[in-house]
Design a protein around this ligand. Structure first.
Ligand SMILES: [Fe+2]
Ligand SMILES: [Fe+2]
Length: 290
């Protein structure tokens, strides 16, 4: 059963503004909930181990239901590993099963990548090879997930930690094909594009010109760091002006965009501070929605 609580939600602007939240920080919620329309949660980060299995605890469900009375909840996992050769993580989907049984969610999403190989977690996420064979496998998996939940499912572009495998599709053509063949939406993480441009010379204007913008439902924004010349997708800072400019470009071109989500790791919250995070959300709304 989905939650159906009366809401105090803000009137949604277009596109709306969202931010990430991983549970257990009441003060953060008090600061951000008046400023956002969407709260994006990572269910596997909120899960706790019970008898050696990750399970979403009842207190997390309760917290998400409460959030749902102030903002729309969207789900963004990290553990599905949709690109693992011998199958995605059923354990992750069982966490989502429980969440969606109890909380009303607008859509859920995952990354176009993989974190598991031969049952081992890599400790990072790697991009899939963009071949026809991989495309066929991913389309089947996305369709199965769509049928399982009956709510929209979005796929996000990830950073390329390693140089790309020389596949049969460009990045944009691969995302276009996934969306056209399955009806899934896309999250366009513009900070990830900037990381790829910095680290591997990725051609952002060419990518954006080729991407079919009608599939983009959500934009991700973040601020990170450059470490020994490598731009990292750690979400630990406020957003650079260049990232905001890129988001504005996508907003102008994406007719079905629903929200722009500012991503911040929970570890970065004490460092930035609640007031600075609230200030960043106000700045983003001003910069992106005018
Ligand atoms: Fe993500
Ligand atoms: Fe992202």
């Amino acid at each position: 059963m989905q939650g159906n609580k009366a809401t105090n939600r803000n009137k949604i602007t277009c596109p709306a503004l969202g931010t990430t939240y991983e549970g257990g920080d009441v003060q953060l919620l008090e600061h951000v909930l008046p400023l956002v329309d969407f709260v994006e949660v990572t269910p596997d980060s909120m899960a706790e181990y019970q008898q050696e299995r990750p399970v979403l605890p009842d207190h997390a469900i309760g917290e998400l239901k409460d959030i749902g009375s102030d903002a729309h909840v969207i789900v963004h996992g990290v553990g599905l590993s949709i690109g693992t050769h011998d199958g995605y993580s059923e354990t992750y989907l069982q966490i989502v099963d429980k969440l969606l049984d109890h909380v009303a969610v607008e859509w859920h999403s995952e990354h176009l990548g993989y974190v598991n190989v031969d049952g081992q977690h890599l400790g990072t996420m790697l991009a899939v090879s963009k071949t026809g064979q991989v495309l066929d496998i991913l389309c089947e998996r996305i369709k199965t997930i769509q049928q399982r939940y009956g709510i929209p499912f979005l796929i996000e572009n990830i950073v390329h930690i390693l140089p790309d495998f020389d596949g049969e599709f460009s990045d944009a053509a691969f995302l276009n094909a996934l969306a056209n063949r399955t009806g899934c939406g896309l999250i366009l993480d513009v900070y990830n594009l900037e990381c790829d441009a910095h680290n591997h010379g990725f051609d952002i204007p060419r990518f954006l010109a080729e991407l079919e913008m009608e599939h983009v439902r959500e934009i991700h924004l973040a601020g990170g760091v450059i470490d020994r010349g490598f731009r990292l997708d750690v979400h630990s800072r406020i957003t650079d002006d260049s990232t905001i400019a890129l988001a504005r470009q996508v907003i102008a071109a994406a007719p079905n965009l629903r929200t722009v989500t500012y991503e911040l790791l929970p570890e970065a919250v004490p460092k930035l501070g609640y007031r600075a995070i609230a200030g960043e959300l106000k700045r983003l709304r001003q910069a992106l929605m005018n």
